[in-house]
Design a protein around this ligand. Structure first.
Ligand SMILES: Cc1cc2nc3c(=O)[nH]c(=O)nc-3n(C[C@H](O)[C@H](O)[C@H](O)COP(=O)(O)OP(=O)(O)OC[C@H]3O[C@@H](n4cnc5c(N)ncnc54)[C@H](O)[C@@H]3O)c2cc1C
Length: 466
């Protein structure tokens, strides 16, 4: 039983990748460490449970990666997806450190597997966890336990005592051995974003947020982030910025995970509830565009859209949990989707008439495009004409939010007056906005958590010793 009468060197709030990397790193640096995971044991590990891969720089091919991915190329990719909204010093630091993480994470018991094929095309840049995010987490928990890290589950933190930028103690919702106060010399906040807090999302998105689906854990409600910002920590990022993809509208409200995501947009068209197209479905290759479709659907009436395609492309993309809705005619399909049949027939007839001849290749920006309609489909445009006609209903699937706590290269939080906090560090989603002002490139979420988690743990241990 964990003894809460003692004062720990390092208190880690959270139980995902960032938290575990911090806890292991702090313990290896000689600190006593307590991890407080708000979720029950079965649900431990937040959004990390759903992950598959991590993006790390490397100068040469590895056993599981097909070629080099230099620091400069990683930086250029990040610059592109964020449109320059990133802290260059921190981002370059993270990219440099990511090289070492490839080996460090293996030393903590995690195993890699050869890259998955398919539409994501990540074989050169992203390393995949053998067994997925859960197996990765299990390895980190096992290592942490073997090293002597104390871990409490169902340990939701509801308050923090902070004076002049100095953490003193945390308050648990439920007592452990009659105690709710947890004291420690340093704090590592690794408690995720606020994506599961619909009321907070509504502050920026209005009523539309009621129609959002949350792809991951219901436990990331942003309580720690809110407390830190209220108690003088500097904030970074825009509350409306987040990673959001189009997921099946039939997915559960929380924790639907990766199998509800649709990667079929480039193979068809996307219409809103008025059966009208609203964006170029072929703007760029899918890994560079999949993360904009959540926001695009969020901007449509009632936050609903439909990916429409025909029977010729059914085997071109990864199947999802839910089967497509089918109709032998466009009108029958429209009826199933509760769309106006005449409106859907008009949209598809006009689209088909606009399709130009070309050679289809979804791996490059091919020459299959439309002419004379708005919006254009600039690549991979092919007629939708072979029944059965098929559709997936989609809604915005929020992955994680970017508003967070400002940190420096030691992962130390900065206070509103610009001074570094005396003893508070942050890692993972809770500080992702330092690197991700907007946009996303697959696998960066885990890079942020691993790199800054490892640094935060090491620095917190050093801080506690002094
Ligand atoms: C479906 C899906 C697939 C994804 N795939 C990938 C991928 O392949 N690669 C990638 O890089 N990223 C991926 N991501 C993003 C990735 O999951 C996150 O970037 C990463 O896991 C964040 O790690 P974290 O430790 O910061 O947060 P989390 O892993 O979410 O952990 C946060 C923890 O804080 C705990 N917590 C919250 N509030 C409190 C509180 N008040 N008290 C105590 N504990 C609290 C939660 O229970 C949770 O354990 C995916 C996300 C989803 C949803």
């Amino acid at each position: 039983m964990v003894d809460l009468t003692r004062r720990f060197d390092v208190l880690v709030i959270g139980g995902g990748n960032a938290a575990l990397c911090a806890a292991i790193s702090a313990r290896r640096a000689g600190a006593s460490v307590l991890v407080l995971e708000g979720a029950p044991k079965f649900y431990r590990g937040g959004n990390t449970r759903h992950t598959r891969n991590m993006r790390c720089a490397h100068d040469a091919a590895t056993e599981i990666l097909t070629g080099p991915y230099t620091e400069e190329e990683f930086w250029n990719d990040l610059l592109l997806v964020t449109g320059g909204q990133t802290d260059e010093e921190l981002a370059r630091f993270m990219i440099h450190e990511s090289k070492d993480i490839l080996n460090w994470i293996v030393e903590q018991g995690v195993r890699w597997q050869p890259s998955l094929g398919g539409t994501l095309s990540l074989g050169r840049t992203n390393s995949f966890f053998l067994g997925g995010g859960r197996a990765m987490l299990n390895a980190l928990y096992r290592t942490a336990e073997e090293l002597g890290v104390d871990i409490l589950y169902n340990a939701e933190v509801i308050d923090l005592k902070i004076e002049d930028g100095m953490f003193l103690s945390a308050a648990l919702k439920q007592p452990v051995n009659g105690k709710t106060e947890v004291r420690a010399s340093t704090l590592v906040a690794a408690s995720g974003g606020f994506e599961a807090n619909i009321e907070w999302l509504k502050e920026s998105w209005g009523e539309a947020a009621d129609n959002f689906l949350i792809r991951g854990t219901p436990y990331n409600r942003g309580a720690i982030l809110k407390l830190l910002l209220a108690k003088g920590v500097q904030e970074i990022g825009d509350p409306t910025q987040c990673h959001a993809v189009a997921i099946d509208a039939r997915a559960p409200k929380f924790d639907g995970g990766i199998i509800t995501r649709h990667d079929s947009v480039v193979f068809g068209i996307v219409v809103n509830k008025h059966a009208e197209r609203f964006y170029d479905e072929g703007e760029d290759i899918w890994p560079k565009r999949y993360a904009i479709w959540g926001r695009l659907v969020a901007a449509q009436p009632d936050q609903i859209a439909y990916i429409i395609f025909d029977s010729t492309v059914v085997t071109s993309f990864m199947p999802t949990l839910f089967p497509p809705i089918a109709g032998q005619t466009i009108a029958e399909l429209a009826g199933q989707l509760e769309l106006d049949p005449a409106a859907l027939e008009k949209t598809i007839t006009e689209f088909n008439a606009a399709v130009q001849p070309g050679t289809f290749d979804h791996t490059i920006l091919d020459d299959c495009r439309t002419e004379g309609i708005t919006p254009q489909k600039t690549h991979w445009a092919r007629k939708i004409e072979t029944p059965p006609y098929l559709a997936y209903p989609v809604r915005p699937g929020i992955t994680f939010t970017y508003l967070g706590t400002r940190v420096n290269k030691q992962a130390r939080m900065l206070m509103k007056d610009g001074k570094p906090s005396a003893n508070m560090f942050a890692a993972g989603e809770i500080m992702a906005g330092n690197v991700l002002g907007k946009g996303y490139a697959a696998g960066i979420g885990m890079t942020i958590g691993s790199v800054f988690g490892r640094v935060a743990g090491r620095e917190a241990a050093k801080n506690a010793r002094n």
